[in-house]
Design a binder for this molecule. Sequence first.
Ligand code: C5P
Length: 230
Amino acid sequence: MEYTVMIPAAGSGKRMGAGMNKLFLELSNKPILVHTLLVFEQDPACAGIIIAVKREEKPQIQAMIEQFGVTKIKALVDGGEERQQSVAACLQAYDKDDIVLVHDAARPFIRRHVIGALVETAARAGAAIAGVRTKDTMKLAPEGTVEKTVDREGLWIIQTPQAFRYGILKAASDQAAAAGFLGTDESMLVERIGHPVKIVESTYDNIKMTTKEDLLFGEVLLKQSGGLER
Ligand code: C5P
Protein backbone atom coordinates (compact mmCIF):
# COMPACT_ATOMS: atom_id res chain seq x y z
CA MET A 1 0.00 0.00 0.00
CA GLU A 2 1.32 3.42 -0.97
CA TYR A 3 2.13 6.25 1.41
CA THR A 4 3.76 9.70 1.43
CA VAL A 5 6.36 10.55 4.07
CA MET A 6 6.79 13.92 5.80
CA ILE A 7 10.31 14.44 7.10
CA PRO A 8 11.07 17.28 9.55
CA ALA A 9 14.74 18.16 9.02
CA ALA A 10 14.78 21.76 10.24
CA GLY A 11 16.31 21.26 13.69
CA SER A 12 19.64 22.52 14.93
CA GLY A 13 20.76 19.43 16.86
CA LYS A 14 22.37 21.33 19.74
CA ARG A 15 22.81 18.16 21.83
CA MET A 16 25.16 16.78 19.18
CA GLY A 17 27.49 19.74 19.74
CA ALA A 18 28.66 19.62 16.12
CA GLY A 19 28.31 23.37 15.50
CA MET A 20 26.10 22.62 12.48
CA ASN A 21 22.89 20.75 11.65
CA LYS A 22 23.61 17.21 12.90
CA LEU A 23 21.85 15.85 9.81
CA PHE A 24 24.84 16.98 7.73
CA LEU A 25 27.24 14.79 9.74
CA GLU A 26 28.38 11.75 7.79
CA LEU A 27 28.04 8.05 8.51
CA SER A 28 30.01 5.86 6.09
CA ASN A 29 30.57 8.85 3.80
CA LYS A 30 26.94 9.92 3.49
CA PRO A 31 25.13 12.62 5.49
CA ILE A 32 22.63 11.25 8.05
CA LEU A 33 19.85 13.06 6.18
CA VAL A 34 20.75 11.25 2.95
CA HIS A 35 20.68 7.85 4.68
CA THR A 36 17.14 8.61 5.86
CA LEU A 37 15.99 9.91 2.47
CA LEU A 38 17.38 6.83 0.71
CA VAL A 39 15.32 4.48 2.91
CA PHE A 40 12.19 6.04 1.39
CA GLU A 41 13.66 6.54 -2.08
CA GLN A 42 14.30 2.78 -2.19
CA ASP A 43 10.96 1.67 -0.74
CA PRO A 44 8.64 0.95 -3.70
CA ALA A 45 5.59 1.72 -1.51
CA CYS A 46 6.76 5.30 -0.90
CA ALA A 47 5.02 7.58 -3.40
CA GLY A 48 6.65 10.82 -2.34
CA ILE A 49 8.71 12.71 0.23
CA ILE A 50 7.88 16.12 1.69
CA ILE A 51 10.69 17.61 3.70
CA ALA A 52 10.85 20.64 6.02
CA VAL A 53 14.20 22.42 6.13
CA LYS A 54 15.69 25.64 7.45
CA ARG A 55 15.49 28.29 4.77
CA GLU A 56 19.23 29.00 4.92
CA GLU A 57 20.05 25.29 4.52
CA LYS A 58 17.85 24.78 1.47
CA PRO A 59 20.60 25.16 -1.15
CA GLN A 60 22.86 22.68 0.65
CA ILE A 61 20.04 20.15 1.02
CA GLN A 62 18.98 20.59 -2.60
CA ALA A 63 22.57 19.85 -3.63
CA MET A 64 22.58 16.65 -1.51
CA ILE A 65 19.30 15.52 -3.04
CA GLU A 66 20.79 15.86 -6.52
CA GLN A 67 24.16 14.35 -5.65
CA PHE A 68 22.67 11.21 -4.13
CA GLY A 69 19.92 10.76 -6.72
CA VAL A 70 16.84 11.28 -4.52
CA THR A 71 13.97 11.60 -7.01
CA LYS A 72 10.85 11.35 -4.85
CA ILE A 73 10.91 14.83 -3.25
CA LYS A 74 7.48 16.41 -3.88
CA ALA A 75 8.03 19.56 -1.79
CA LEU A 76 10.77 21.24 0.20
CA VAL A 77 9.04 23.52 2.70
CA ASP A 78 10.29 25.99 5.29
CA GLY A 79 10.47 24.46 8.76
CA GLY A 80 9.32 26.24 11.92
CA GLU A 81 10.70 27.12 15.35
CA GLU A 82 9.43 23.85 16.79
CA ARG A 83 9.38 20.37 15.27
CA GLN A 84 5.56 20.36 15.40
CA GLN A 85 5.50 23.49 13.23
CA SER A 86 7.87 21.89 10.74
CA VAL A 87 5.50 18.92 10.45
CA ALA A 88 2.52 21.31 10.11
CA ALA A 89 4.30 23.00 7.18
CA CYS A 90 4.72 19.59 5.51
CA LEU A 91 1.02 18.80 6.02
CA GLN A 92 0.12 22.13 4.45
CA ALA A 93 1.87 21.03 1.26
CA TYR A 94 -0.31 17.91 0.90
CA ASP A 95 -4.01 17.34 0.31
CA LYS A 96 -4.85 13.70 -0.48
CA ASP A 97 -6.76 11.76 2.18
CA ASP A 98 -4.53 8.72 2.11
CA ILE A 99 -1.78 7.42 4.38
CA VAL A 100 0.99 9.77 5.48
CA LEU A 101 3.99 8.95 7.62
CA VAL A 102 5.91 11.41 9.76
CA HIS A 103 9.54 10.37 10.25
CA ASP A 104 12.44 12.19 11.94
CA ALA A 105 15.29 12.90 9.55
CA ALA A 106 17.58 11.94 12.44
CA ARG A 107 16.45 8.25 12.42
CA PRO A 108 18.23 6.62 9.47
CA PHE A 109 17.90 3.01 10.70
CA ILE A 110 14.19 2.43 10.29
CA ARG A 111 13.39 -1.00 8.81
CA ARG A 112 11.13 -1.47 5.83
CA HIS A 113 9.03 -4.17 7.50
CA VAL A 114 8.16 -1.72 10.30
CA ILE A 115 7.16 0.93 7.75
CA GLY A 116 4.95 -1.65 6.01
CA ALA A 117 3.24 -2.68 9.25
CA LEU A 118 2.63 0.97 10.19
CA VAL A 119 1.04 1.76 6.84
CA GLU A 120 -1.22 -1.32 6.97
CA THR A 121 -2.28 -0.57 10.54
CA ALA A 122 -2.94 3.12 9.86
CA ALA A 123 -5.03 2.20 6.81
CA ARG A 124 -7.18 0.01 9.06
CA ALA A 125 -7.21 2.01 12.30
CA GLY A 126 -6.39 5.59 11.24
CA ALA A 127 -3.31 6.02 13.40
CA ALA A 128 -0.28 3.81 14.16
CA ILE A 129 3.06 4.61 15.78
CA ALA A 130 6.37 2.76 16.07
CA GLY A 131 7.58 1.73 19.52
CA VAL A 132 9.60 -0.76 21.51
CA ARG A 133 8.86 -2.27 24.91
CA THR A 134 10.86 -0.89 27.82
CA LYS A 135 13.67 -3.21 28.89
CA ASP A 136 14.66 -1.42 32.09
CA THR A 137 12.91 -0.87 35.39
CA MET A 138 11.06 2.44 35.31
CA LYS A 139 10.83 4.86 38.27
CA LEU A 140 8.95 8.11 38.67
CA ALA A 141 11.21 10.70 40.31
CA PRO A 142 10.42 14.26 39.19
CA GLU A 143 12.63 15.80 41.91
CA GLY A 144 15.37 13.14 41.77
CA THR A 145 13.99 11.06 44.64
CA VAL A 146 11.96 7.99 43.78
CA GLU A 147 8.23 8.49 44.24
CA LYS A 148 7.33 5.09 42.90
CA THR A 149 8.32 2.26 40.63
CA VAL A 150 6.15 2.27 37.55
CA ASP A 151 4.86 -1.10 36.40
CA ARG A 152 6.72 -1.54 33.13
CA GLU A 153 4.20 -4.03 31.77
CA GLY A 154 2.49 -2.15 28.99
CA LEU A 155 5.04 0.70 28.83
CA TRP A 156 6.45 1.54 25.40
CA ILE A 157 9.25 3.80 24.19
CA ILE A 158 7.88 5.64 21.20
CA GLN A 159 9.80 6.39 18.01
CA THR A 160 8.97 7.57 14.52
CA PRO A 161 7.62 6.74 11.95
CA GLN A 162 4.11 7.60 12.98
CA ALA A 163 1.46 6.84 10.36
CA PHE A 164 -1.99 8.38 9.95
CA ARG A 165 -4.82 8.85 7.57
CA TYR A 166 -4.04 12.35 6.36
CA GLY A 167 -7.42 13.84 7.38
CA ILE A 168 -6.99 12.71 10.99
CA LEU A 169 -3.48 14.12 11.37
CA LYS A 170 -4.37 17.36 9.58
CA ALA A 171 -7.37 17.93 11.86
CA ALA A 172 -5.27 17.12 14.94
CA SER A 173 -2.47 19.42 13.81
CA ASP A 174 -4.82 22.32 12.98
CA GLN A 175 -6.65 22.00 16.30
CA ALA A 176 -3.39 21.88 18.27
CA ALA A 177 -2.13 25.00 16.48
CA ALA A 178 -5.41 26.85 17.16
CA ALA A 179 -5.21 25.94 20.88
CA GLY A 180 -1.48 26.73 21.15
CA PHE A 181 -0.85 23.12 22.22
CA LEU A 182 2.65 21.79 21.71
CA GLY A 183 3.17 18.03 21.81
CA THR A 184 6.35 15.99 21.68
CA ASP A 185 5.08 13.78 18.87
CA GLU A 186 2.23 13.67 16.34
CA SER A 187 0.45 10.93 18.27
CA MET A 188 -0.14 13.34 21.18
CA LEU A 189 -2.04 15.65 18.85
CA VAL A 190 -4.19 12.79 17.58
CA GLU A 191 -4.76 11.41 21.10
CA ARG A 192 -5.85 14.93 22.06
CA ILE A 193 -8.75 14.86 19.59
CA GLY A 194 -9.86 11.49 20.94
CA HIS A 195 -8.75 9.22 18.14
CA PRO A 196 -7.28 5.83 19.17
CA VAL A 197 -3.64 5.21 18.24
CA LYS A 198 -2.21 1.71 17.68
CA ILE A 199 1.38 0.76 18.47
CA VAL A 200 3.44 -1.27 16.00
CA GLU A 201 6.48 -3.06 17.43
CA SER A 202 9.66 -1.59 15.99
CA THR A 203 13.36 -2.41 16.50
CA TYR A 204 15.71 -1.14 19.23
CA ASP A 205 18.22 0.03 16.65
CA ASN A 206 15.84 2.65 15.20
CA ILE A 207 17.72 5.24 17.24
CA LYS A 208 17.52 9.00 16.88
CA MET A 209 20.95 10.45 16.21
CA THR A 210 21.14 12.84 19.13
CA THR A 211 24.56 12.78 20.81
CA LYS A 212 28.12 11.87 19.71
CA GLU A 213 27.78 8.31 21.07
CA ASP A 214 24.94 7.72 18.60
CA LEU A 215 27.37 8.35 15.72
CA LEU A 216 29.61 5.51 16.94
CA PHE A 217 26.64 3.17 17.28
CA GLY A 218 25.45 4.25 13.83
CA GLU A 219 28.78 3.34 12.21
CA VAL A 220 28.62 -0.10 13.83
CA LEU A 221 25.07 -0.65 12.60
CA LEU A 222 26.04 0.27 9.05
CA LYS A 223 29.07 -2.03 9.06
CA GLN A 224 27.29 -5.13 10.32
CA SER A 225 27.06 -7.52 7.36
CA GLY A 226 27.69 -4.69 4.90
CA GLY A 227 24.59 -2.69 5.82
CA LEU A 228 21.14 -3.10 7.27
CA GLU A 229 18.43 -5.50 6.29
CA ARG A 230 15.76 -2.95 5.52
O1 C5P B 1 16.07 17.66 17.89
P1 C5P B 1 15.41 16.35 17.60
O2 C5P B 1 16.39 15.27 17.22
O3 C5P B 1 14.45 15.89 18.65
O4 C5P B 1 14.51 16.59 16.30
C1 C5P B 1 13.79 15.56 15.68
C2 C5P B 1 13.64 15.86 14.20
O5 C5P B 1 12.84 17.04 14.03
C3 C5P B 1 14.98 16.12 13.50
O6 C5P B 1 14.97 15.42 12.26
C4 C5P B 1 15.00 17.63 13.33
O7 C5P B 1 15.72 18.07 12.18
C5 C5P B 1 13.51 17.98 13.19
N1 C5P B 1 13.15 19.34 13.63
C6 C5P B 1 12.50 20.21 12.74
N2 C5P B 1 12.18 21.50 13.13
C7 C5P B 1 12.48 21.94 14.36
C8 C5P B 1 13.13 21.08 15.29
C9 C5P B 1 13.45 19.77 14.89
O8 C5P B 1 12.23 19.83 11.60
N3 C5P B 1 12.17 23.20 14.68
